[in-house]
Every structure is written in structure tokens, then in C-alpha cells.
Design a protein around this ligand. Structure first.
Ligand code: AP5
Length: 220
């Protein structure tokens, strides 16, 4: 399965990607997670990405596309992957099509997660993440067993730099202007499936799995 998750910041892409990737036994490839790991590791890539991420802007395509190309060429992604946060605009989608064509393959499904903007602000302002395993929590909706600590690692949870309300509003604008056109692009490619991402996490997962299965059946 080669799948992409598309949706505004806070739609639950990371949350669903983690669950679905485990269930489908494919790697989750999150460009946001790769950038954040590079920022905290102080790499050249991290230095290039940080100022864009802190503002809530997209990292330039040449940086992002090269990183994704390398990641998808790794052996664990040969049989499939779940992309979370890439592509983020039409030029990135065209690059992805070329990267996959060079590997003699193509996407199976693009799953759009829909959620309204006020819910996004509520979700992101309460988000906490584990620096060790990357698991994402919410202080109210998906709280860890012990406040502030990861259930898996016991590590201290942190709040992302770009989860301040002003930056969240800017990320939503960037989504509307640059990422939302992907819905039309992938509808045209016959790959889009749309679900509501509102409601409990398990219900959204069930909708996502049903939509993926339906897409697989209609392609067979
Ligand atoms: P990225 O990390 O991809 O951020 P994003 O797309 O803004 O998405 P988020 O991670 O904020 O939200 P999500 O949809 O994953 O939601 P989550 O599951 O965490 O990118 C960050 C930055 O990196 C970008 O701004 C850009 O600078 C750069 N970047 C990344 N990719 C790029 C690219 N391709 N090109 C250029 N630049 C790029 O959930 C959010 C919260 O809600 C959590 O607290 C969670 O517990 C909670 N939650 C989840 N589901 C539910 C539910 N059903 N009900 C209630 N709460 C829920």
C-alpha cells in the first residue's frame, strides 16, 4: 500500500498515520517528524528548515523533495509507505509522481482528513509529543496515563514551537492557499478518498480503514 494523508494542521494525520502504519505493516514517513529530528539534532538540514517551521511556512521544495526522495529509496519503503505531510503543494505532488515512476510504481490512495478550523486550534493548543518515540497526545482528548509523561517511554512530553495560536492561524492560511489545491489534483488522478476526522480517534481510524479498503476494491 502506497498512501498519502492530506489535511489541515491538527486534522490528526500524525495520530492516524501512526495507527494505520502499524496495522498495515508499512513505515510512516512524516516530513514534519524528519524535519523536527534534524532541528533537534542540529544538522544542516535542520538549520535550513527551522526558520520556515517556526513561522509556520513551508520549507522550500528543493530541500523537502530531496529528503523525501532519499527516504522512499530506503529498503523498508520498497513494499509500501504512508506519507504524512507530503506532498504539501501541487509541485511536490508532481515530484512525488516522478519519484515513484522512477521506482516503477505509483500511489494507491490519497486520504483527505476533514475537520473545521476551530477544532484545529483546540487540538493543537492541547497537543503534547514524546521526544523519544514521537507518540502524540492531547491534554484532554488523548491524555497520557501520567500527566506530562509518555506511556511508552516515560519521557517528558513537550509542546511544539509552532503550536502557538498565531502560528496555528498562519499554518491554516498556508494550508488553504498551497495544500488544499491537492484535493482537486488527486481527484483528477482518481486517487482521492475523503473522510470526516471529527469524533473519537478510533472512529476516525475505522472510517480511514473503510475508505482505504473501498479504494483498493474499486482499483482491483
Ligand atoms: P507537520 O508536522 O506535518 O505539521 P502539520 O501538517 O501542520 O500537522 P500537525 O502535525 O500539526 O497535525 P496532524 O494533522 O499531524 O495532527 P496530530 O495527529 O498531531 O509540519 C510541520 C512543519 O514542517 C510545517 O509547518 C512546515 O514548516 C514543515 N513541513 C512539513 N512537511 C512539509 C512539506 N511537505 N513541505 C514543506 N514543509 C513541510 O493531532 C493534533 C492534536 O489533536 C494531538 O494533540 C492529537 O492527540 C489530537 N487529536 C488527533 N485526532 C483527534 C481526534 N479524532 N479527536 C480529538 N483530538 C485528536
Amino acid at each position: 500500500m502506497r498512501a498519502v494523508l492530506v489535511g489541515p494542521p491538527g486534522a490528526g494525520k500524525g495520530t492516524q498515520a501512526q495507527i494505520l502504519a502499524e496495522e498495515l505493516s508499512i513505515p510512516k514517513v512524516s516530513t514534519g517528524d524528519i524535519f523536527r529530528a534534524n532541528v533537534s539534532g542540529g544538522t544542516e538540514l535542520g538549520k535550513k528548515a527551522k526558520e520556515f517551521m517556526d513561522r509556520g511556512d513551508l520549507v522550500p521544495d528543493e530541500v523537502t523533495n530531496a529528503m523525501v526522495k532519499d527516504r522512499l529509496a530506503q529498503s523498508d519503503a520498497v513494499e509500501g509507505f504512508l506519507l504524512d505531510g507530503f506532498p504539501r503543494n501541487v509541485p511536490q505532488a508532481e515530484t512525488l509522481r516522478t519519484i515513484l515512476a522512477d521506482l516503477d510504481t505509483s500511489l494507491d490512495v490519497v486520504l483527505e482528513l476533514k475537520v473545521d478550523e476551530e477544532e484545529v486550534v483546540r487540538r493543537l493548543s492541547g497537543r503534547r509529543s514524546c521526544p523519544e518515540c514521537g507518540r502524540v497526545y492531547h491534554v484532554e482528548y488523548d491524555a497520557p496515563k501520567e500527566p506530562g509523561k509518555c506511556d511508552n517511554e516515560g519521557a517528558e512530553l513537550y509542546q511544539r514551537e509552532d503550536d502557538r495560536e498565531e502560528t496555528i492561524r498562519h499554518r491554516l492560511e498556508v494550508y488553504r492557499e498551497q495544500t488544499a489545491p491537492l484535493v482537486e489534483f488527486y481527484t483528477g488522478e482518481g486517487l482521492l478518498a475523503t473522510i470526516s476526522a471529527t469524533g473519537p480517534v478510533a472512529e476516525v481510524t475505522a472510517r480511514a480503514k473503510a475508505a482505504i479498503d473501498e479504494k483498493k476494491r474499486s482499483a482491483a
